[in-house]
Ligand binder design. Structure first.
Ligand SMILES: N[C@@H](CCC(=O)N[C@@H](CS)C(=O)NCC(=O)O)C(=O)O
Length: 216
């Protein structure tokens, strides 16, 4: 049975806005890697109704529908998809644990710092302590990547998908000032599954912007 990735019907933002970086790309990418069928449906960005909050209690996207199951949080959705495909997570216990720890590290050790840092830096309220904290986290990731090509299990896994998606945010990527991190992002994002997921998301939001402009 085909799964459904839920995203917004439109996202705000001058010029490109966040197109290509909205987190539904993580789910699209994982499903492309796994070769699983999916479609994409939308929920309004502007008016978040009770139905939306029933499926994502923070009124955010993405969330995933898989038959009777609806699951939110991009990390949880990635793990749900990874359970269905060895391409995303090895099946041996050590490889699985390695993948799991690095996926969670991407979320709770790197994105947990990079998102507030990025948010403050665009609002002009840069916080020096947060900058130092992010510097340390990125330097540690760079040190790990100086010794290996992939984060876990000596192969591409869903942990790389997540970490690369966290690191490729332009301001974070530039701040990293690390050749190792740059090459890692290039390596992971050169994958055809990422290119397709990215292009599909950009096309989705470009079409949404055009439709909106046609109405005004
Ligand atoms: N921790 C959540 C974060 C989800 C998130 O930040 N989604 C953004 C789009 S990428 C969103 O819905 N933003 C609108 C809002 O927060 O109101 C996840 O990883 O799924």
């Amino acid at each position: 049975m085909s799964m459904t990735v839920w995203t917004y019907d439109w996202v705000p933002g001058a010029e490109r806005g966040p197109r290509g970086f909205v987190r539904d790309v993580r789910l699209r990418w994982a499903l492309e890697e796994a070769g699983l069928d999916y479609d994409v449906k939308t929920t309004p960005f502007a008016e978040r109704d009770a139905k939306h909050f029933e499926r994502q209690p923070f009124g955010q996207i993405p969330f995933l529908e898989d038959g009777e199951i609806t699951i939110f949080e991009s990390g949880a959705c990635l793990l749900h998809i990874a359970k269905k495909s060895e391409k995303l997570m090895p099946r041996d216990p050590a490889g699985e644990a390695d993948t799991l720890q690095w996926l969670i590290a991407g979320l709770s050790s790197v994105e947990m710092v990079s998102v507030p840092w990025w948010f403050l830096s665009i609002s002009g309220a840069e916080n020096k302590d947060l900058t130092g904290w992010l510097r340390k986290r990125l330097d540690h990731v760079a040190a790990v990547l100086s010794e290996r090509e992939w984060l876990a299990a000596a192969r591409f896994t869903v942990a790389d998908l997540l970490m690369a998606d966290v690191l490729r945010v332009p301001k974070v990527r530039a701040f990293a000032e690390s050749e190792g991190i740059e090459k890692y992002i290039e390596r992971v994002c050169a994958r055809p599954a990422f290119k397709k997921a990215y292009a599909d998301q950009v096309a989705h939001f470009v079409a949404a912007e055009r439709a909106r402009n046609a109405l005004t």
